[in-house]
Design a protein around this ligand. Structure first.
Ligand SMILES: [Zn+2]
Length: 71
């Protein structure tokens, strides 16, 4: 069964996210966030023009760009 074989190979690695470096602060973070909110991504790119949303960022950095006064 082709489909069954695919699941056996893919699932174990998908459950263990690789350690990734935050591209903004270079801290290793296992849970990089990938914000899809244009308001937040614009804020990040204003300070880090080379950053792209698909690169992600760590939760600590994301907090810096989240505006608590945002409606
Ligand atoms: Zn970071």
């Amino acid at each position: 069964m082709h489909l069954l074989y695919f699941h056996v190979i893919v699932l174990p690695t998908a459950c263990i996210p690789p350690m990734e470096d935050c591209p903004l602060c270079a801290h290793e973070d296992q849970e990089l966030r990938y914000p899809d909110d244009p308001w937040i991504t614009d804020e990040i790119q204003a300070r880090f023009p080379d950053w792209r949303p698909e690169q992600g960022l760590c939760g600590t950095c994301l907090k810096e760009f989240e505006n608590p006064f945002r409606p």
